[in-house]
Design a protein around this ligand. Structure first.
Ligand SMILES: Nc1ncnc2c1ncn2[C@@H]1O[C@H](COP(=O)(O)OP(=O)(O)OP(=O)(O)O)[C@@H](O)[C@H]1O
Length: 129
C-alpha cells in the first residue's frame, strides 16, 4: 500500500473523510448491535428526563460524559468483536479473553453510569413524589 497517498490529500478533505468513515461505523453498528440500540434508547430517555428535571450545567456534564462514554465503549466493544471474529471463527481462549475483557470494560462503565444517574436523578425524583 502506498502510504504517501493519504499524506498528500488536502487537510480538510482528509478530516471530512475521517468523519464520514466514523459516522459510517456508528450507523453500521447501530443497525446491527442490539446493545448499542438499547443504549441509544436509554440515552434519549435520560436526556428527556434531564430536560424535564431541569438539570444544572454540572449535572449535564456528568450525564453527557456518562452517555458519550457508554456509546463510545460499546462501539469499541463492537470493533473488538469484529476483529476477533475476523481472526478466528474457531474457539480460542485468547478470543474469549479479548471479547470478555471488552465486555467487562462496557460493564464497568455501565455500572458507573447508573451510579451517576442515581446520584443526579434520584433526589430530584423523590422531591416530585
Ligand atoms: N472465537 C471464540 N473463542 C472463544 N470464545 C468465544 C469466541 N467467540 C465468542 N466467544 C465467547 O462467547 C461470548 C459471546 O460472543 P459473541 O461474539 O456472541 O458476542 P456477545 O458478547 O454475545 O456480544 P453481541 O451480543 O454484541 O454480539 C464472548 O463473550 C466469549 O466469551
Amino acid at each position: 500500500m502506498n502510504s504517501d497517498y493519504k499524506d498528500n490529500r488536502p487537510f480538510l478533505k482528509s478530516v471530512f473523510r475521517s468523519f464520514k468513515y466514523a459516522i459510517q461505523g456508528i450507523i453500521h453498528a447501530a443497525k446491527r448491535e442490539r446493545n448499542l440500540q438499547i443504549h441509544f434508547v436509554i440515552s434519549i430517555m435520560v436526556i428527556s428526563l434531564g430536560i424535564f428535571l431541569n438539570l444544572s450545567h454540572v449535572e449535564w456534564i456528568f450525564i453527557v460524559l456518562a452517555i458519550g462514554g457508554m456509546l463510545s465503549l460499546e462501539l469499541l466493544n463492537t470493533a473488538i468483536e469484529r476483529v476477533v471474529d475476523l481472526v478466528t471463527t474457531e474457539y480460542h481462549p485468547l478470543a474469549k479473553q479479548a471479547k470478555d475483557a471488552a465486555a467487562g470494560a462496557v460493564f464497568i462503565y455501565a455500572i458507573l453510569s447508573v451510579i451517576v444517574g442515581v446520584i443526579i436523578f434520584l433526589p430530584k425524583i423523590l422531591t416530585l413524589l
